[in-house]
Ligand binder design. Structure first.
Ligand SMILES: Nc1ncnc2c1ncn2[C@@H]1O[C@H](COP(=O)(O)OP(=O)(O)OP(=O)(O)O)[C@@H](O)[C@H]1O
Ligand SMILES: [Mg+2]
Length: 352
């Protein structure tokens, strides 16, 4: 089911938090709504679910305007981070609940609950109450309950936030598998870029109630439309160097550090203020420019190591390299910088 938000507007107590947001979620896709705390992700999701009413604009499910339909009439499945399972009911009863409310026959309930339990891999636990299940198992029950009515759209608000790191990893691929197996249109709200990158077909990244960019994960990472998007994706994050073009295809940072511009931007006019963005994977491995400096931070990560390099002018560049032990804090090094991979932005923050 295709979902369309047209000029969706939402305010609380006269304060507009989302102003004319436009967004299309394609039939069968998983779209991640990504952004920092307070940017309006949950508000958008709650409006799609019908729990919150819109103050302006429209929400369409297929051709149908559902803006004024109550939640029960929208046929959506919702999963929140706290699962919200009924503690006194078994997993079976929890999953069956939405069908019981609809007065579905006992035989059909039995069949549909078993089908969902198979899909979410919780068949052995159907007789247990939530208190007797692990966080991951509870989340599977919540998913089964959300899907049992065969909703048109699955809405997930930070579904992995309560799980420990290992379970989060496992449930990431599980939720994606279940979404692909059912072919359901899904919206995943998250502030975790890794979750969005690894689970979604496309990401819509929001800031202050506005969508900054909508793109496939790889696209967004390599071609961010502005500094906000570039800074939000990537860990350790990109380093921004403010400065200006100085002619002859070169850049000079505010503190005087010089480097070539990427090949395709050598024509930038001298004195044009710009921001160079250098991702850590493009510094310290290969490249046509050499940067000399002092290693000022080392963070071993097992398979790889993160470094900070402080240059004479005072700028700090970040580098990520395969694990190496030949370098210690304070080492003087000369590392290659792949300037052609650098992202360049204008003074407004838009990528050039
Ligand atoms: N019921 C409400 N009454 C008043 N303001 C609200 C209400 N719900 C949300 N807001 C405000 O709307 C803005 C968006 O909130 P929202 O919950 O959508 O953010 P979010 O992106 O989901 O953040 P988080 O990642 O912290 O969950 C915030 O400024 C918030 O304070
Ligand atoms: Mg939220």
């Amino acid at each position: 089911m295709q979902i369309v938000l047209k000029d969706f507007t939402k305010s609380f107590d006269g304060l507009t938090v989302i102003d004319k947001l436009n967004l299309t979620i394609n039939d069968g896709e998983m779209l991640a709504l990504l952004g920092p705390s307070g940017c309006g992700k949950s508000t958008t999701l709650l409006a799609i679910s019908g729990i919150l009413r819109v103050n302006g604009g429209q929400i369409l499910f297929g051709d149908k305007d559902v803006s004024n339909l109550p939640s029960q009439k929208r046929n959506v499945g919702v999963v929140f981070q706290n699962y919200a399972l009924y503690p006194h009911m078994t997993a079976f009863e929890n999953i069956a609940f939405p069908l019981q409310v609809r007065k579905t026959g006992a035989a059909e309930i039995e069949e549909r609950v078993r089908e969902m339990a198979r899909l979410t891999h919780i068949e052995p636990y159907l007789d247990r109450r939530p208190g007797q299940l692990s966080g991951g198992q509870q989340q599977r029950v919540a998913l089964a309950r959300a899907l049992v009515r065969r909703p048109d759209v699955l809405l997930l608000d930070e579904p992995l936030a309560n799980l420990d790191a290992k379970l989060r990893l496992e449930m990431r691929s599980e939720i994606r598998r279940i979404q692909l197996e059912t072919g359901i249109t899904a919206i995943l709200v998250t502030h975790d870029q890794v979750e969005a990158m690894s689970m979604a077909d496309r990401i819509a990244i929001m800031d202050h109630g506005r969508i900054q960019q909508i793109a496939a994960p790889e696209d967004m990472y390599h071609r961010p439309s502005n500094t906000f998007v570039a800074g939000f994706l990537g860990n350790p994050p990109i380093v921004f160097l403010e400065g200006k073009a100085i002619g002859n295809g070169a850049f000079e940072s505010a503190s005087g550090m010089r480097m070539p511009l990427p090949e395709r931007l050598t024509g930038l006019a001298a004195d044009q203020p710009i921001v160079m963005g250098v991702r850590p994977e493009h510094f310290g491995v290969k490249g046509r420019h050499t940067v000399r400096g002092t290693v000022s931070f080392i963070e071993p990560q097992g398979r790889e190591t993160h470094f900070d390099l402080t240059v004479a002018e005072g700028e700090v560049l970040r580098s990520i390299q395969a694990a190496r032990t030949d370098i210690s804090l304070g080492s003087e090094v000369e590392w290659p910088l792949d300037v052609d991979k650098a992202l360049v932005f204008d003074s407004e923050g838009n990528r050039l």
